[in-house]
Write a protein that binds this ligand. Structure first.
Ligand code: M6R
Length: 366
């Protein structure tokens, strides 16, 4: 049942190229000219008229929401609010005309996410669920449902469901940008062609496993980790930290790198591991200077990047190069080595990877 893998989590990490391909299948025309809107569970007109989006979820699915915000605001030019479901449900949000509420939930059964969805419905806002489990409560109650086709996720730590949620958000964003006539046809099909490359590139990222295993051997006895990233890579930092803490019980925090000086840097001392997730984007130089600050305090810098910049490599104690595609899809590719790192650290610590203590696969009580 584990397909030859030692744990479901490892199997599910390795299933990502296929899961992503299944989530894309049937939703993009083969010549990359168009997203098939009908499959999104919401009409073309509704997408064009959407003025504001609320993305709401818990845990890892909440991290997907944060990535969605960067995508939708930048590519579909529509303001997005992101909230944790347990907060949202009690916030009494005054919805405006033209709002679209999107719940993201692998199981479709998370109590707080369902309560937030019901609140939105009661407020007569159009609702959509991005959901993995067919026929789940969220999928039945939302006005529209966009299924991720990850296949069953058994490991308590979410892996393939997360990366497929990002793919779903990317498709939704492109459909919305098209509905709002934001992109030229060329730009649009360029973004779709990138998406079609994603399963193969995810396969490449999985080949980093041996390197990650070596790294895990070096760091698995550490007691604290800091994960830093900016822009769409900030939620990737949060997700990397959550994966590690869930299954290895090591204290790990994710932070936007720009916030480092406002507190977390106080933690850094000799050998303190800091994982930088960095891309050659508008934040690059700023993140380099954050790295210098860590270096000056003898922190142990682990870098995950699609850049081959020499300064970056020199500042890094360990450097993991990941071939990238574009700013948004790199969130998927950079997540893979972080999942593998969490997994191998947990195994070395003798933890029960698939059934971590105190956690349930779906949290059906408040
Ligand atoms: O089924 P859902 O996506 O609604 O679940 C949300 C969270 O409970 C879930 O992502 C949780 O944080 C996982 N343990 C993360 O690995």
């Amino acid at each position: 049942e584990k397909g030859g893998y030692k744990h479901f989590m490892l199997k599910e990490i390795h299933e990502q190229p296929r899961a992503i391909a299944d989530t894309i299948r049937g939703r993009v025309l083969p010549d990359a000219s168009k997203v098939v809107y009908k499959e999104l569970g919401i009409s073309f007109e509704d997408l064009a008229l959407t003025q504001r989006i609320y993305l709401v979820a818990c845990g890892t699915s909440y991290h997907a929401c944060l990535i969605g915000k960067y995508m939708i605001e930048n590519m579909a030019e529509t303001p997005v609010e992101v909230d944790i479901a347990s907060e949202f449900r009690y916030r009494n949000v005054p919805f405006e005309e033209g709002s679209l509420f999107i719940a993201i939930t692998q199981s479709g059964e998370t109590a707080d996410t369902l309560a937030a969805l019901r609140f939105a419905k009661k407020s007569r806002v159009k609702t959509l669920a991005i959901c993995n489990v067919v026929g789940s409560t969220a999928s039945r109650e939302a006005d529209g449902v966009f299924y991720t086709h990850s296949g069953p996720e058994i490991g308590v730590a979410s892996t393939k469901a997360f990366t497929c949620q990002i793919v779903a958000l990317y498709l939704l964003t492109l459909a919305m940008a098209k509905a709002k006539r934001i992109f030229t046809a060329d730009l649009y099909s360029g973004f779709l062609r990138h998406l079609i490359m994603l399963p193969r590139m995810a396969e490449e990222a999985l080949k980093l496993e041996d390197k990650i295993m070596e790294l895990a051997k070096e760091v698995y006895r550490k007691q604290n980790f800091l994960y830093l990233g900016r822009g769409p890579l900030y939620p990737v930092a949060l997700e990397g930290a959550l994966k590690l803490k869930e299954i290895s019980y090591i204290h790990a925090e994710g932070y936007p790198a720009g916030e480092m000086k406002h507190g977390p840097i106080a933690l850094v001392e000799e050998g303190f591991p800091v994982v930088f997730i960095v891309s050659d984007d508008l934040y690059f130089d700023k993140t380099l200077s954050n790295m210098q600050e860590i270096k000056a305090r003898d922190g142990f810098i682990i870098t995950i990047s699609d850049s081959k910049d020499e300064k970056l490599k020199k500042l890094s104690d360990r450097f993991i190069y990941v071939e990238g595609i574009n700013t948004y899809l790199n969130t998927v590719l950079f997540t893979i080595p972080l999942q593998l790192l969490a997994y191998h650290v947990a195994v070395l610590r003798g933890c029960d990877v698939d059934q971590p203590r105190n956690l349930a696969k779906s949290v059906t009580v408040e």
